[in-house]
Design a protein around this ligand. Structure first.
Ligand code: 5AD
Ligand code: FES
Length: 353
């Protein structure tokens, strides 16, 4: 009983100061009760509603290549998986996805892909120019991995507005457990600092319940987020993919993901926080629950229907039907059922502090 009230006190402190110390995070993150979670959710909702109201921002996700030069142990499209049928969309096909999206009402396109060297800086900057020219009222978000600062600058100068690069874990040793030695924690973090410095609205994030993750790691996540102050934070449960070294690992939990979403909202009240596809994959109402825990962004799939199955980062990734861009009216209904509504604005971060 005593520790529950202590944890509640920490919630109040977090809501007021937007930061906690390492020991405080450890205490808050250890064995949260149902009551504590519910307390987090209602406080997170209140904070979010004060800034963003009941509006949920939409991002049209275009998964434009599943070819990747990296070999992350968790990811289904890793280079070491010979079983995936690989695909690349040409710039004109990507533009066609944007057109479909614009007609459906989307004002943000997220260009996400593996680290595919086919897309040179020249191809990418040309594409970004074309998108911004044809859709001047839309934001372009890139999610294409680790690049040099010069490349990031070139995309920004071409008109890219936002960049998503999950750091995956804030602990170096844990990073090494999730990635082959060719990938370095230092470079990942360098990328995030470069992106911020250039002026992108920058998003980072991590998987919940990835192999080897413990409470100390989670405390480290929050300390890291406090330090880097991202504009967007993407978190979702780890889900094993059968053709990866982590095929037999245990999946992350929906409850824990929801709890962490709520805490993130309390820590950075004005952050853009998606209820992710991975959450929707583990629970039919996962994304609604994410919104009820404090999220305010959804990223429906705008990729060509034929390619969706091929962009399989983890097993059973939802990719057709109600969660996709075509069924905006189903989405609107689902949001309405929990007291929310779709926003057709660009959905930039509203700086509240
Ligand atoms: N389970 C959950 N999320 C995953 N991602 C990659 N593989 C998995 C998996 N097996 C996430 C990573 C990556 C994002 C695009 O998808 O966090 O940054
Ligand atoms: Fe492509 Fe990790 S497998 S970046």
């Amino acid at each position: 009983m005593k520790s529950i009230s202590l944890q509640t006190e920490l919630l109040l402190k977090l809501e007021q100061n937007h930061r906690l110390s390492r020991p405080e995070w450890l205490l808050l993150l250890t064995h949260p009760s149902k009551e504590l979670s519910n307390e987090v959710f209602s406080r997170a909702r209140r904070l979010r509603d004060r800034i963003y109201g009941k509006k949920i921002y939409l991002r049209g996700l275009i998964e434009f290549t599943n070819i990747c030069q990296n070999n992350c142990y968790y990811c289904g499209i890793r280079s070491g998986n010979p079983k995936v049928e690989r695909y690349r969309l040409l710039p004109k096909e990507i533009l066609a996805c944007c057109r479909t999206g614009r007609d459906l009402g989307f004002r943000t396109f997220v260009l996400q892909g593996g680290e595919d060297p086919f897309y040179t800086d020249e191809i990418l900057t040309d594409l970004i120019h074309k998108i911004k020219q044809e859709f001047p009222d839309c934001a372009v978000t890139l999610s294409i991995g680790e690049k040099s600062k010069e490349s990031y600058q070139a995309y920004f100068d071409a008109g890219a507005d936002r960049y998503l690069l999950r750091h995956e874990t804030a602990t170096k040793e844990h990073y090494q457990l999730l990635h082959p030695k060719e990938l370095s924690y230092e470079n990942r973090i360098r990328c995030l600092f470069d992106l911020k410095e250039i002026g992108y609205q920058t998003g980072c994030g991590f998987m919940v319940g990835s192999p080897g993750q413990n409470t100390e790691h989670l405390a480290e996540e929050f300390l890291f987020l406090q330090r880097i102050q991202p504009d967007m934070i993407g978190i979702g449960p780890f889900i094993p993919h059968h053709e990866t070294p982590f095929a037999k690992e245990v999946k992350g939990s929906v409850e824990q993901t929801l709890f962490l979403l709520g805490l993130i909202r309390l820590m950075i009240p004005d952050v853009l926080l998606p209820a992710t596809t991975a959450l929707g994959t583990l629970h039919t109402r996962g994304r609604e629950l994410g919104i009820l825990a404090g999220a305010n962004v959804l990223m429906p799939n705008l990729s060509p229907v034929n390619n969706r199955k091929q962009y399989e980062l983890y097993d059973n990734k939802i990719c057709t039907g109600e969660e996709s861009a075509e069924c905006i009216s189903c989405l609107a209904q689902r949001l309405h059922s929990i007291g929310h509504e779709i926003s057709y604005e660009r959905g930039d971060r509203i700086k509240a502090l």
